[in-house]
Design a protein around this ligand. Structure first.
Ligand code: 13P
Length: 252
């Protein structure tokens, strides 16, 4: 556990939701009541809305994030966005290796590691997602799965991993309303922390490990009170201003 207290990070993952009108209403509602939060705050928005949200959030405590990025610097990669393009829009964070991308787009541990490297090389903080499926948990493979996913990122990025954010998102808890208990989450976070210690001894305590998976206004405080839970990656509840604001307020 860290002796130096680090700021928690509360990041919303809007996934494929929003519209010009809905985003404006959501941002305005957040900005009206956010005040001076004790934690860092970000919203990871669909690529077409980066410019809009960047403009709305300019000068506010809300940083803008992307939900993915290309591992390639430029060129013939139809449909992809490079780290430099994201930089052009003031993007601070990029989610990498979300389970929905691993599942629906076949992203491998190696690709996730390469995307992490692309983000780091361009000053974008990657939020690297790891997590087991229900079948893997029931088979007792949770630790092995998350360690394998993180190991690939460590292998490619070496000591630079001190600049990453890790998000533990058990797949069975995403969008299901079935949250990991604080004890279940803490147990996995401790495993990840130990792995980070091994790889980046001096800096491991400074690396933020977020929890994601049905985190909401009612359960956030208890999860965030765990010693190795340094914030949250929030899907559904980040689309409702009052709920997201309550989670932000719980992160101190
Ligand atoms: P929910 O908060 O909707 O379960 O989504 C979690 C998630 O996948 C965040 O990246």
């Amino acid at each position: 556990m860290s002796v130096m207290k680090k700021k928690k990070l509360i990041a919303g993952n809007w996934k494929m939701n929003g519209s010009l009108a809905a985003n404006e209403a959501l941002l305005k509602a957040l900005l009206q009541d956010i005040g001076a939060p004790a934690c860092d705050v970000a919203v990871c928005v669909p690529a077409p809305y980066l410019a809009q949200v960047q403009a709305l959030a300019a000068g506010s405590p809300i940083a803008v994030g992307a939900q993915d990025l290309s591992a390639q610097p430029q060129g013939a990669f139809t449909g992809e966005q490079s780290a430099l393009m994201l930089k052009d829009f003031g993007v601070r964070y990029a989610i990498v290796g979300h389970s929905e991308r691993r599942q629906y787009h076949g992203e491998s541990d190696e690709l996730v590691a390469a995307k992490t490297a692309a983000a780091l090389a361009n000053g974008i903080t990657p939020i690297v997602c790891v997590g087991e499926t229900l079948a893997q948990r029931e088979a007792g493979e949770t630790e092995e799965v998350v360690k394998r996913q993180l190991a690939a990122v460590i292998h490619v990025n070496g000591h630079c991993i001190s600049e990453i954010v890790v998000a533990y998102e058990p797949v069975w808890a995403i969008g299901t309303g079935k949250t990991a208990t604080p004890e279940q989450a803490q147990a996995v976070h401790a495993v990840l922390r130990a792995q980070l210690h091994h790889a980046a001894s001096d800096h491991a305590d400074g690396i933020r490990i977020l929890y994601g998976g049905s985190m909401n206004a009612a359960n956030a405080a208890e999860l965030l009170a765990q010693p190795d839970i340094d914030g949250g990656l929030i899907g559904g509840a980040s689309l409702k201003a009052p709920d997201f604001l309550q989670i932000i307020a719980a992160a101190r």
